[in-house]
Design a protein around this ligand. Sequence first.
Ligand code: C2E
Ligand code: CA
Ligand code: CA
Ligand code: CA
Length: 280
Amino acid sequence: AKRAGRNGYQAFNPEMQRAMSMRVRLSQALRDAVQAGQLRLHYQPIVELASGRVRKAEALLRWEHPEFGEVSPAAFIPIAEDCGSIHCIGDWVFERAACQAARWRSRFGTDFQVSINVSPRQFQAGGRDFGRWLERLGELGLDGSMLALEITETLLMDTDQAIADKLAQFRAAGVQIALDDFGTGYSSLAYLKEFRIDYLKIDRTFVRDMTPDSKSFLLSEAIVTMAHRLGLKVIAEGVETPQQYALLERIGCDYFQGYLFSRPLPEDAFEGLLRSASCE
Ligand code: C2E
Ligand code: CA
Ligand code: CA
Ligand code: CA
């Protein structure tokens, strides 16, 4: 039972206070995480359904803190966004993923692509980060098409023209755009009309609830049909069972990722997987 304080709100709540002080400690630790080399990228294979081949990978951040242990990105990304560390972390992710993608391209095929997650905050800093990223690609002599940016609908809700311009610049440099967690949040099909998007990622919650007569299945089928009519490809995330896979195949989904094929892997393990797959 919650006891209200004199002013109508809870005067003291030890649990809340613990959570808040943990947040403060995490945000301080995050400031040093890049410098201290505590961040890693793991890569989850993205498989083309038609060929069964690994064509892409999603880069996912991992933070191993000496005291707190492994901290989930779901926990620390929101904190990094609030305290501003997201810019420094995002730059690191970009640099690391771009160099890795270039290496894997030269070894495993010229259409191999790595996608990175970017949060709306990174766009809203006047686009500073992204201007540098495009320059950096040029300096490194890298082809933009080796990268995709995973953005969310929240970003497109912002009517700021600068965001549309930034996305257009990336696409002009060959970088592709994926709309992450599609179907959650305030989906509006108007985004698809206004912005040039390359991939829709069907959210894990749809895949999780997918059975032949479920709404999730019907909605996924409708998403694939619509996407294809608009010239977009569809990636399903969080595929864990052969049943889910079979249903996605039935509706003509283009790519999938999930524990059924592989969890996100450290760089060397991912490379081992690519090597064994390319020798098949
Ligand atoms: P997301 O972009 O939706 O990433 C998918 C999440 O689902 C990942 O969690 C992945 O490990 C997990 N996943 C993959 N396959 C399966 C499956 O079959 N079953 C289940 N249950 N889960 C699966 P993760 O790695 O913990 O990342 C959580 C979120 O943190 C990401 O969600 C993304 O929003 C954010 N994130 C991760 N890395 C970055 C980054 O470099 N930058 C930014 N801005 N956000 C990131
Ligand atoms: Ca993602
Ligand atoms: Ca997602
Ligand atoms: Ca998500």
